[in-house]
Ligand binder design. Sequence first.
Ligand code: GLY
Length: 381
Amino acid sequence: MTAPLKRSAPTTVDVALGDRAYDIVIGRDVLQSLGARVAALRPGGHTAIVTDRTVAKHWLEPTEASLAAAGIPTSRIIVEEGEGSKSYAGLSQVSEALIAARIERNDLVIALGGGVVGDLAGFAAAILRRGVDFVQVPTSLLAQVDSSVGGKTGINSPQGKNLIGSFHQPVLVIADTSVLDTLSARQFRAGYAEVAKYGILGDEAFFAWLENNHAAIFSGGAAREHAIATSCRAKAAIVARDERETGERALLNLGHTFGHALEAATGFSDRLFHGEGVSIGMVLAAEFSAQLGMIAPEAAARVELHLAAAGLPTRLRDIAGFAQEGLADADALLALMAQDKKVKRGKLTFILLEAVGRAVIANNVEPSLVRDFLQAKLAEA
Ligand code: GLY
């Protein structure tokens, strides 16, 4: 049994984007304050909550209760769970339901869910009536530390992930850390990969703290809140400097070029959650950096050791079904990377490491180097 968790004052992280600045409010039970915060932001406004079936079971009623207590009219739009909803069909369902709910320019869309719901509802808000504001209420660890912050919204094309979308910043993010208690251990671990990412890409001291404290983050309490707040601060700082990813925001893609290709090769299925792909992708990025002589092999090993200690997959052979079904060959993985947005005129952009805690953007990476590296990794798996 764990000791009862005390409620402490929420932490607020400011995303400093001038007249589009917003707060990320982090803490146990902060969902209860949603109604009052929305009423203060948008007096007299209506809301529509977009969520998925599983999240609705746990969190729709408390969300509606908080809005009702503040006298805010709301309607609900429930989509199917999973990446399949981030599609033209999902966008059409949500957009038509928002129009039917009479959500207008001065109203608010509320995205209650993980990354899929946040991306889909945010994009629907971005294009509804040429732009309606929205609030993110992320319910997965991954969404709390990454996708709910920074305004990337969108859907997938049959030709690739996140290829249709827009930058549309939320006006508020409510990260209630107690909602993470209902996540499966696997989903929580997958989100943890994005927490570790902030240490690996830009903060060695945070990474060292994670090495010593990751178990406490999994059990909840102050360590979890500290990890989420530190991650959000790191992301908010980068987004404030480079909202549209013309430069350093690309560092947040550490592990994602390899990771997206692995997700695509496994059909965006439960064989590999996004965060798990990022975990393997970060180890591959670290090992590729070591192969290029940018870091010592021991530094790459340190990254892998920590992610494995947190229970994350770190090797291609850790992908479910790898032994039975295998994976695409190196050329097919390269072709999948070429569909990603991280490609310019045939050259790949990778986020590589100069140290644990210092990532760099490497443009112009020769595809043949990546293919040879992947071939070796597939052979050793
Ligand atoms: N998830 C990466 C970014 O928001 O830029």
